[in-house]
Design a protein around this ligand. Structure first.
Ligand SMILES: NC(=O)C1=CN([C@@H]2O[C@H](COP(=O)(O)OP(=O)(O)OC[C@H]3O[C@@H](n4cnc5c(N)ncnc54)[C@H](OP(=O)(O)O)[C@@H]3O)[C@@H](O)[C@H]2O)C=CC1
Ligand SMILES: CCCCCCCCCCCCCCCC(=O)[C@@H](N)CO
Length: 439
């Protein structure tokens, strides 16, 4: 016979839970409304509970045990806590606790509130960068866009002004710079700091970059190197200048108590799974992913010093994130289509390119949930799943299930990509220099 008693917060304190020092109160709090079961002869359970040693109560509140005895009682074999039943109950409990924690835990807080903050967006004049700039200005951020061409930057600033949540409070600015030059990145951060009344930016989002597809041997080696400069080095230079500023040790009195800073990279799902015809580009994006994973570990030393060490430490906590879009319908995309081999177009057929505004919205929502590696659609998530490796996970259960599923799917996908390339060569022979099949 199962009897349930609900314990309200008041009862917990009656029981002296809040007087118990150490971890106990924190452990008990989430379970304050819970059910206990007692044997039939224990009629006055609340009275018994109130006299019980808190430690014994905790020992009794063993969710898998409770659930498994509930299941067993359904089959009128009370107290049958056989290994399979207990195992199944443990699994169910884990999923329930995890789901509740997700609903009410850190996930429900906005981890990326940009209202009143200052955001720098490289490549912010076009495509995804511009869409991110417009979206964040609509969320109340002060935004600085950085790229080379002034005319496009001016247009982006004017568009942000019309989108602003609070036209009187928010400020917008642009800086023209070629970010393949590290000195230019240092100048950008210094100029933004001066413009922002001496305060460093709160968010730096690296979006600059474009792709020049082509087969490895057809693309001149200098262009491979240029892709590394445009894709990897614009991001690494920006990250270097930004982190050197953010991680400068300051005395505790100058440390910010509430603010957290975010450094965001923009990668591509090609960093997870390569596709024929992207050899000038994918290695540079894979390098960004590796830099991001390294920094996500390394930054914890600085965050530890900021949060716990009493001496000089950085002024604020820093979070690293990386966004992995699939195709984006941008001016850059139109341009890459010009040199993209027909075979590459065929292999990426499954991808339906997304509008820049959609990519920006999806990425920002993921940042608000506090995600680290961010994908923007289902195929992108599958590509991530098959190559998660040593990257920190957004959710242990979700990412592990995703990983198992996508490993099964990719058992077929990778041979299929290779077969398609082989069949293409068999049918069409070698392509001419511009990528179209030679007759
Ligand atoms: N389009 C796609 O299908 C995909 C794109 N991505 C990535 O997303 C990001 C945005 O792509 P997309 O929306 O296509 O962007 P676009 O190619 O449309 O725009 C690129 C932006 O970067 C700027 N930029 C380029 N080179 C430099 C440089 N050396 N220094 C400073 N700024 C520079 C450009 O301005 P200017 O030329 O004036 O300097 C422009 O603002 C890129 O990192 C791209 O690799 C990822 C997956 C798919
Ligand atoms: C269910 C799972 C099926 C998996 C199928 C795999 C198909 C691969 C599609 C690859 C698309 C790559 C888009 C990259 C865009 C990009 O980065 C460039 N446009 C550069 O700008």
């Amino acid at each position: 016979m199962l009897r349930s008693y609900t314990l309200e917060r008041q009862k917990w304190s009656d029981l002296g839970y809040f007087r118990v020092t150490g971890l106990l109160p924190q452990v008990c709090l989430p379970f304050r409304c819970c059910a206990f079961h007692f044997e039939d002869n224990q009629q006055d359970a609340p009275a018994i509970l109130s006299k019980m040693d808190p430690r014994e109560l905790i020992a009794r509140f063993h969710p898998p045990q409770l659930l498994s005895s509930f299941f067993s009682s359904l089959y009128s074999s009370y107290n049958n806590t056989s290994t399979p039943v207990l195992g199944a109950s443990t699994l169910i409990c884990t999923i329930i606790v995890y789901t509740i924690a997700k609903m009410f835990g850190p996930g429900s807080r906005n981890e990326f509130n940009v209202e009143g903050q200052t955001v720098v967006i490289t490549g912010g004049s076009e495509g995804m960068g511009r869409a991110v700039a417009l979206e964040l200005s609509a969320k109340g951020a002060n935004v600085v866009v950085v790229a080379r061409t002034v005319s496009k930057l001016v247009t982006a600033v004017n568009e942000m002004k019309t989108k602003a949540a609070n036209k009187f409070k928010q400020k917008f600015h642009y800086i023209s710079a070629d970010l393949t030059d590290p000195a230019e990145c240092e100048r950008v951060i210094a100029e933004v700091t001066t413009w922002n009344s001496g305060a460093a930016p709160d968010v730096v989002w690296c979006c600059a970059g474009f792709s020049r597809p082509g087969f490895f041997v057809d693309v001149p080696i200098q262009e491979h190197r240029q892709q590394m400069d445009t894709v990897y080095w614009t991001a690494a230079n920006t990250a270097h200048a930004t982190l050197r500023n953010w991680l400068e040790p300051v005395l505790p009195s100058a440390q910010m108590k509430t603010t957290r800073r975010h450094l965001i990279f923009t990668c591509s799902t090609l960093a997870f799974v390569p596709i024929t015809g992207y050899s000038p580009y994918s290695p540079a994006k894979a390098a960004i992913r590796s830099l991001s994973d390294t920094l996500s570990q390394e930054i914890e030393m600085y965050n530890g010093a900021y949060r716990r060490h009493r001496g000089a430490a950085p002024a604020a906590d820093v979070r690293i994130h990386t966004v992995f879009p699939m195709g984006i319908l941008s001016p850059g995309f139109d341009n890459e289509e010009k040199t993209k081999p027909e075979l590459t177009k065929k292999l990426e057929e499954a991808d339906k390119p997304q509008a820049p505004a959609d990519v920006a919205k999806i990425a920002i929502s993921a940042l608000e949930r506090g995600e680290y590696l961010i994908t923007t659609n289902f195929i992108g998530s599958m590509m991530k799943g098959t190559s998660l490796g040593g990257s920190p996970k957004n959710s242990i259960i979700g990412d592990t299930l995703l990983s198992c599923l996508s490993h099964l799917v990719f058992l077929q996908v990778i041979p299929d990509l290779r077969n398609k390339a082989f069949t293409w060569g068999k049918r069409n022979g070698l392509p001419s220099a511009n990528g179209t099949p030679a007759s």
